[in-house]
Design a binder for this molecule. Structure first.
Ligand code: ADP
Length: 278
């Protein structure tokens, strides 16, 4: 279980995280969604003890991330945004070094389990320089899961990967949850948050602007969307609470229109004003 209470991180004049309070339950996949610069990575860095907060506090299984950082480190696995595997080593040795540094018992067996689960067992002796980007990301996940962490953090786990590899990674994350783990992932891919998360927190400029299940967030903005073109060919959207409302609008509009179910992207655009960069 993870608890953030009034967490704040200030860099000079920038409030990277601004009074963030979130409680993440055991065995939950929690998606932290937000545009670039919203404070997602900073939140993960604080929870994984890499960065100290300016104010407030964060706890993982009742251990404070600043005061009890060693206890926190023992309980977490981290898939960082940047690939920090050792490029000189094989897949097996990358995991072995990690396991030795973390004093893991029955290491060889754990390595085999993880490499099999991410489909890299046959390639275990190969130098990772021969691996594709997707294979390296799978190895990063295997490494993070090696010690059987209680909480797994994934910072933009599928950034830069093609759709098929992205789906493989999603399945791996689902398997980690099925094995009893808690997962906190950050993403700016809306469909990723929607596909994986039990609950989603939307961050904008360091503040939490919404937190709920994807289904409830969609209900909040209207479950149906009518898309239509104005006289100048601009696409406009209208959020509707029900199918009947959408039908009514369709009848009255008398212009080229399309009705569809809302998705998390609609929630995101409505709540953040559609900003991509901050
Ligand atoms: P996200 O992961 O959502 O893209 P970040 O947490 O990386 O956002 O960044 C949040 C804000 O904090 C941004 O404005 C970013 O420029 C700033 N920031 C992050 N790390 C640092 C740092 N080490 N020094 C100064 N500013 C930083």
């Amino acid at each position: 279980m993870i608890e953030l209470e009034h967490l704040t991180k200030v860099y000079g004049k920038i409030r990277a995280i601004d009074d963030l309070s979130i409680r993440i339950e055991k065995n939950e996949i929690f998606g932290l969604l937000g545009p670039n610069g919203a404070g997602k990575s900073t939140t993960i860095k604080i929870l994984t003890t890499l960065v100290k907060p300016t104010g407030g506090r964060a706890r993982l299984d009742d251990f404070d991330v600043v005061r009890d950082s060693l206890e926190v480190k023992k309980r977490i696995g981290v898939v960082p945004q940047e690939n920090n595997l050792d490029r000189e080593l094989s897949a097996f040795d990358n995991l072995r070094i990690y396991g030795l540094l973390h004093h893991l018992l029955e290491l060889e067996q754990k390595i085999e389990e993880q490499l099999r689960s991410v489909g890299l067992w046959e390639r275990r002796r190969d130098n990772i320089q021969t691996f594709s980007g997707g294979m390296q990301r799978r190895l990063l996940i295997a490494r993070a899961a090696l010690g059987g962490p209680r909480v797994l953090f994934l910072d933009e786990p599928t950034i830069g990967l093609d759709p098929q590899v992205r789906r493989e990674i999603w399945n791996m994350i689902r398997r980690l949850k099925a094995q009893g783990g808690t997962v906190l992932l950050t993403t700016h891919y809306i469909e990723e948050a929607e596909a994986l998360s039990d609950r989603v927190g939307i961050l904008s400029r360091g503040k939490l602007i919404a937190l709920d299940t994807p289904a409830n967030l969609k209900k909040m903005v209207g479950e149906y969307v009518v898309e239509y073109l104005d006289g100048e060919g601009n696409q406009l959207t209208r959020m509707c609470a029900s199918r009947e409302d959408a039908e009514c609008f369709l009848k009255e509009a008398g212009i080229e229109v399309r009705r569809r179910r809302s998705n998390l992207e609609d929630v995101f655009v409505k709540l953040t004003g559609g900003r991509i960069e901050q």
